[in-house]
Write a protein that binds this ligand. Structure first.
Ligand SMILES: Cc1cc2nc3c(=O)[nH]c(=O)nc-3n(C[C@H](O)[C@H](O)[C@H](O)COP(=O)(O)OP(=O)(O)OC[C@H]3O[C@@H](n4cnc5c(N)ncnc54)[C@H](O)[C@@H]3O)c2cc1C
Ligand code: FES
Length: 366
């Protein structure tokens, strides 16, 4: 048995729990700053969609830290699930995972989550435009492999920004994939700080580059184009605006945010209506908890203060780990980027970004 199922507490959980423990199988250094951590396949096998992420829970200096990492593997292709972690200057968990993890180590994770995914059909004849930079390649790697094997008539075009040649994550593997699926995977590298010897595209990916890239895909199969964006917020905003201006439907653009600047979160909170003090009830894995949320606190923060083991990771409204369904009452949610429109319509909220607003607030967390 390679993993244990624990109950609500990540250290001690059961079958219905959002947590599981995975055993590290192999470590691959992708670039000087990025490492793929492959896990042994648990029994039953890890159930995930390409493009989803795991929330890694590690103890560093006696404190529990949680961070989300996209699965860079495909359940249709790769025998073992893996995440790829890019080191961030001064970053606590990304450096720990790059430096301290060895095969055999057991790591507690939250089960896969996320909406940066795709529906596949062998009859699809789509063009997929992937616009990514840096570690944004990780979920797209799993998506691209899955599309290439599941949709023989679809094509993938990747516009991929990196700092330098040695920082290109999965460079050789992408080239190998393009040989394995001739004419179906186009890769355009662009480097922001290339060496003099680099003869390819240079500079950061700007609006004009996105426009040229998207226009060529839309000429090919205008109604069957889908776009996946993952990278710095500025790139994703620019790319979204360019795609919308070119007439691409909102529903055909899927993006994944890895990070939100603290100033942006503060600004969102500053725009909120006057905070109120209110009691909320949450149902977590069948158990009911009622507690007070003080003004200015989120429903997640107040719940954690009460030592309720609510699931969470990014605490910025991006990862959906804290997702719950509002059964009654009203909340004000400052960030819903991680939720799909369908989830919002069904009443799902993110507890890390929600504060009480009105009524008898009851939330079910599955
Ligand atoms: C859904 C999702 C999927 C993700 N997938 C991946 C992945 O596949 N690979 C990967 O490497 N990372 C991924 N991330 C980012 C990852 O979760 C961490 O944010 C990142 O590794 C930094 O954590 P840290 O502990 O090293 O940095 P911290 O110690 O938390 O922060 C160090 C400094 O960097 C800033 N910072 C934190 N995160 C970022 C960031 N992402 N970009 C810029 N500045 C930042 C902080 O404000 C702080 O100043 C994902 C995030 C989300 C929400
Ligand atoms: S903890 Fe990530 S969305 Fe709430």
């Amino acid at each position: 048995m390679l993993f244990n199922l624990f109950s609500k507490n990540p250290k001690n959980n059961t079958d219905s729990s959002p947590y599981l423990t995975l055993k590290v199988r192999e470590i691959i250094k992708e670039t000087p700053d990025a490492t793929t951590i492959y896990f042994e396949q648990p029994e039953p096998h890890l159930d995930y969609k390409p493009g989803q992420f795991l929330t890694v829970i590690v103890d560093i200096n006696g404190k529990e830290e949680r961070r989300s990492y996209s699965l860079s593997t495909s359940p249709f292709v790769d025998p073992f699930p893996g995440i790829t972690v890019k080191r961030l200057a001064g970053g606590l968990v990304s450096n720990y995972l790059n430096d301290q993890i060895r095969p055999g180590k057991k790591i507690t994770v939250m089960k896969p989550l996320g909406n940066f995914t795709c529906d596949y059909h062998s009859k699809h004849q789509r063009t997929y435009g992937m616009i990514v930079a840096g570690s944004g390649i990780t979920p797209v790697m799993g998506l691209a492999k899955s599309i290439l094997v599941n949709e023989p008539e679809s094509k993938v075009s990747l516009l991929y920004g990196s700092r330098s040649e040695e920082q290109i994550i999965f460079r050789d593997r992408l080239t190998a994939l393009s040989h394995q699926f001739p004419g179906r995977l186009e890769i355009i590298h662009q480097l922001s700080r290339p060496a003099d010897s680099w003869t390819g595209r240079k500079g950061r990916i700007a609006g004009e580059t996105v426009r040229t890239f998207a226009e060529s895909l839309l000429r090919d199969r205008p109604s069957d184009a889908r776009f996946f964006l993952c990278g710095p917020n500025e790139l994703m905003e620019t790319a979204t605006n360019v795609l919308l201006a070119l007439g691409v439907d909102k529903e055909s653009i899927v993006s994944e945010n890895f990070y939100k600047e603290p100033e942006v979160i503060e600004e969102l909170h500053a725009q909120e209506a006057a905070p109120i003090h209110k009691q909320v009830t949450i149902v977590l894995e069948g158990e009911t908890h009622t507690y007070e949320v003080a003004p200015g606190k989120t429903i997640l923060e107040a719940g954690l203060d009460e030592n309720i083991d609510m699931p969470y990771s990014c605490q910025s409204g991006l990862c959906t780990a804290c997702r719950g369904r509002l059964l009654s009452g009203e909340v004000s949610m400052t960030e819903d980027a991680g939720l799909s429109e369908n989830e919002i319509a069904q009443g799902y909220i993110l507890c890390c970004s929600s504060k009480p607003k009105a009524g008898d607030i009851k939330i079910n967390i599955e």
